[in-house]
Design a protein around this ligand. Structure first.
Ligand SMILES: *[C@@H]1O[C@H](CO)[C@@H](O)[C@H](O)[C@H]1NC(C)=O
Ligand SMILES: *[C@@H]1O[C@H](CO)[C@@H](O)[C@H](O)[C@H]1NC(C)=O
Ligand SMILES: *[C@@H]1O[C@H](CO)[C@@H](O)[C@H](O)[C@H]1NC(C)=O
Ligand SMILES: *[C@@H]1O[C@H](CO)[C@@H](O)[C@H](O)[C@H]1NC(C)=O
Length: 460
């Protein structure tokens, strides 16, 4: 929806762009460029009779929404610089639309957008470059949600379109490997190949794309380890490798990605120790790492990521206690630790996380009293899940919340809690009090010569 609105917005600016500052009309198109444009339009869309309805499609007053033109610098023609397809008001692709290989013969083309364009007829990304001329200095190629786009990404695309800054081929059925030739795309800022069927490793050569800000390879079948050279991508703000078959350790070099804001590594086969320097990623706001067979203790380093808003580590075989350092994550809104093997008590400091609104600790081996007061419980409501931790229990003063939370009430005397509702005691402390009371009752029982067991059952 957002993309759709954006496209409309962008499309609406076309006429302004094409009319600025050029005093000598009438400009026309180069005849061979015009013929190429018609061929492309007819390959893709039957919305209109392109040739007859638009005899001069670059002329500002008589072009369609979805085409952008600019006057040439060295000639007096108007040239196509941008083509958008697939959402109204742009031309809609017909069911028989196939990838127009001639599109790279438009010499001044800078941006191409195909959204839900190839949906019925199988087609591949094919490139037919102009003979004896250099290919267009394309800045942006975006192919989104094209389910019948199959085959591999031709290496030719990497070697010919070296000025690309944005390359998106997502939501298609692109298969094969990411070839090393990708290193030619040195100007690339955003690379999104998500939701395809890519296989093989992430090539080391990807690390040569030193200008990358966004890298999204999620939802493919990539395997092998994350290349150690990934640390060279110092500009990277978003790294999404989730839902692949990547394995091994997460390389230590990841600590060099100092611009990182978003990192998603979920649904892979990562395991073993996390990089010690992980805490150096001071800008990290989202760390999404569910579903990996990590099988390590939950590292305290996470507590150094002070900007974190979401920390998701569910289903990953983490053991040990929840580190007390987590209570320093003051901006945390979501903490997902469910389905691990965590033991010990919930750190009291978790109750201090004032922005948290989603906390899932279910299916662990946590024990002791839940350190949350009624206000905290009320604030999180259904977004708090503590279920299936057999040893967790709730302060008797909050027994009313017990059924809702699916945990039992702690077995101890009400007397111990009088005037104390904000900082609950740890189980060990609770035990001591229980023991003291027990002794008192025994003494009382002996003194009054009454039945000790009566007191016992009454208070426990
Ligand atoms: C928490 O978020 C606020 C607002 O986004 C920001 O100003 C603040 O610096 C953040 N705190 C930390 C510790 O990063
Ligand atoms: C929780 O916050 C209060 C007030 O800000 C502070 O005094 C207390 O030490 C904090 N507790 C923990 C365990 O961080
Ligand atoms: C917590 O995680 C469990 C187990 O994955 C899931 O079934 C439950 O819906 C989650 N609860 C919340 C509140 O997100
Ligand atoms: C509380 O005590 C009862 C009876 O002794 C026991 O059955 C129950 O499991 C205990 N609950 C907890 C949470 O320890």
């Amino acid at each position: 929806m957002l993309i759709f609105l954006l496209l409309i917005l962008l499309s609406c600016t076309i006429h302004h762009v094409s009319t600025t500052n050029h005093p000598q009309p009438p400009l026309t198109m180069d005849p061979s460029e015009l013929q190429t444009l018609y061929t492309i339009m007819e390959t893709l869309s039957s919305d209109r009779k392109w040739r007859t309805d638009y005899p001069n499609p670059c002329k500002p007053s008589s072009s369609w929404v979805g085409i952008e033109c600019k006057p040439g610098v060295i000639d007096s023609h108007l040239h196509v610089t941008r083509l958008d397809f697939g959402t109204t008001p742009n031309p809609i692709c017909k069911n028989t639309a196939t990838f127009p290989s001639q599109i790279f013969q438009l010499p001044y083309l800078q941006s191409i957008f195909f959204f839900q364009c190839f949906t019925h007829t199988k087609t591949t990304i094919s490139i037919s470059l102009p003979k004896n001329k250099s290919p267009p200095s394309l800045l942006q190629l975006s192919l989104r949600s094209n389910p019948t786009l199959i085959g591999s990404i031709p290496s030719q695309l990497f070697s010919a379109l070296t000025s690309l800054q944005i390359l998106t081929v997502s939501g298609s059925k692109i298969s094969g490997v990411i070839t090393p030739e990708i290193l030619n795309l040195r100007s690339l800022i955003h690379l999104d190949l998500s939701y395809n069927q890519l296989t093989g490793p992430i090539p080391d050569e990807l690390s040569d794309l030193g200008n990358l800000i966004g890298l999204d390879l999620s939802y493919n079948s990539l395997s092998g380890q994350v290349p150690r050279t990934i640390g060279q991508l110092g500009m990277l703000q978003k790294l999404d490798l989730s839902s692949n078959m990547l394995s091994g350790k997460i390389p230590d070099s990841i600590e060099k990605l100092s611009s990182l804001v978003f990192m998603a590594l979920s649904n892979n086969r990562f395991h073993g120790k996390l990089p010690v320097g992980l805490g150096k990623l001071k800008g990290l706001e989202y760390l999404i790492m569910d579903n990996n067979p990590m099988s390590i203790e939950l590292p305290t380093e996470f507590g150094e990521l002070s900007k974190l808003q979401e920390l998701r580590l569910a289903n990953s075989g983490y053991s040990g206690e929840i580190p007390g350092s987590f209570s320093r994550l003051s901006n945390l809104t979501t903490l997902s630790l469910q389905n691990n093997r965590l033991t010990g008590t919930i750190p009291v400091g978790i109750a201090n996380l004032s922005h948290i609104y989603h906390l899932n600790l279910s299916r662990n081996w946590l024990s002791g009293e839940i350190p949350f007061d009624s206000r905290f419980l009320k604030r999180l409501g259904k977004n708090l899940d503590l279920s299936e931790n057999n040893e967790l229990c709730l302060n008797p003063l909050q027994a009313i919340d017990s059924a809702k939370l699916g945990v039992g009430v702690c077995n101890r005397s009400r007397n111990a809690r009088v005037g104390d509702s904000s900082s609950p005691l740890k189980t060990s402390e609770g035990c001591v009090i229980r023991m003291h009371l027990f002794i008192v009752f025994v003494v009382l029982g002996l003194l009054e010569n009454s039945n000790i067991h009566l007191f016992y059952y009454y208070y426990y």
